[in-house]
Write a protein that binds this ligand. Structure first.
Ligand SMILES: C[S@@+](CC[C@H](N)C(=O)[O-])C[C@H]1O[C@@H](n2cnc3c(N)ncnc32)[C@H](O)[C@@H]1O
Length: 224
């Protein structure tokens, strides 16, 4: 069945509904294995010295933000859905991570966290139901990466059999890389499709593909 996105032009209604019954007293949501593997490979856990700052775009239930905060990052997690964010803030508080995880509600098509540079900006499965200029959102987010900082994007590279979105035209890692239009001053760290065994809500398993891209902004240059 097609999801109903007519409740708001941004699709917010759909996502609020989806997270409405999220119970923050339950177990912590597990982080995305493609993301945790990538962050490990990039040697970003443990985090760099100082007060490393990470920005997550479209955090959903926040398993990745919680994992990163537990590893020592100071994370600001953004989503369009207030229900998701209030549950995540409560989870962070209960896990003793309230001082390392902040939430901000934004429709990223319209706004983003204010000025400041991030040591890590990331988006995992930032797939939406409406016609959003996601490339523009990601390019703007890339401009907020600090010198020497890292941008990562993990997308679905194939549709799981249980997914509401069945399509066979997922962009490749190269497509994703080019859509970011990072230009000079960035080093490509990762750009590939990675197979993974996924488990569906009914317990079925299937091999799916993740599209994984990572880049580092050069130290002291490359402002776009
Ligand atoms: C497929 S979910 C992925 C959530 C999470 N990153 C994960 O990996 O589980 C997509 C997320 O994008 C958020 N989202 C959709 N449109 C958005 C927008 N315009 N601005 C901010 N967040 C948005 C939704 O609320 C949802 O949490």
């Amino acid at each position: 069945m097609e999801p109903d996105t007519t409740t708001s032009p941004s699709g917010r209604g759909f996502w609020e509904q989806r997270y409405r019954d999220d119970d923050p007293s339950g177990p912590l949501p597990t982080p995305n294995p493609a993301f945790t593997a990538l962050i490990g490979e990039l040697s970003l856990v443990p985090p760099p010295a100082g007060t490393p700052r990470a920005l997550e775009l479209a955090c959903g239930r926040g398993g990745d933000a919680l994992w990163l905060a537990a590893a020592g990052w100071h994370v600001t997690a953004v989503d369009i859905a207030e229900h998701a964010l209030s549950a995540l803030a409560e989870r962070a508080r209960r896990a003793g991570l309230g001082d390392r995880l902040a939430v901000e509600r934004h429709d990223l098509a319209r706004s983003a966290p204010g000025a400041g540079r991030w040591d890590l900006v990331y988006a995992n499965y930032f797939h939406t139901l409406v016609d959003l200029d996601r490339d523009a959102v990601l390019r703007r987010a890339a401009r907020s990466v600090a010198d020497g900082g890292v941008l990562t994007v993990v997308d679905h590279g194939s549709s799981a059999p249980w997914s509401w979105e069945q399509r066979d035209d997922h962009p490749s890692a190269e497509d994703l890389w080019h859509s970011l239009a990072l230009g000079n001053g960035w080093t490509r760290l990762m750009c590939e499709g990675r197979p993974r065994i996924a488990r569906g809500p009914d317990g079925r398993t299937a091999t799916v593909l993740d599209t994984v891209v990572a880049a580092r902004r050069a130290d002291g240059g490359g402002r776009t």
